[in-house]
Design a binder for this molecule. Sequence first.
Ligand code: 5GP
Ligand code: ZN
Length: 113
Amino acid sequence: MACLFCNILEKKVPATVVYEDEHALAFRDIRPVAPTHVLVIPKKHLAAVHDLDDVHAEAVGRLLVAARRVADQEGLTKDGYRLVINDGDAAGQTVHHIHVHVLGGRSLSWPPG
Ligand code: 5GP
Ligand code: ZN
């Protein structure tokens, strides 16, 4: 499997894992853009938001719940944080396995670049 994040799931590529449950894995981004920058991925490979359909609703819901747990665990809930999913080239998606960026620990400007 050529997918980088599937390789992280299979422990073929090392990562600093901060959270894991039956459906999701969360690990620190290798190039953090905020004091806290964690990626949360579904354990089942899904390439992108534009591939989602009704059958994926539960998986996506679980992914968001996992992201919320990561944010709590990282101490971000009081001050606030941002969840980002980049979809496709214009948004800068570089890894084609859906991932939620959990960003926090500083103030985050809006709109994003
Ligand atoms: P995207 O640009 O697709 O939304 O986000 C991909 C993210 O994966 C980037 O923030 C990038 O820094 C991160 N990333 C790329 N390769 C690796 C890796 O090997 N390990 C980890 N932990 N993060 C990675
Ligand atoms: Zn994958």
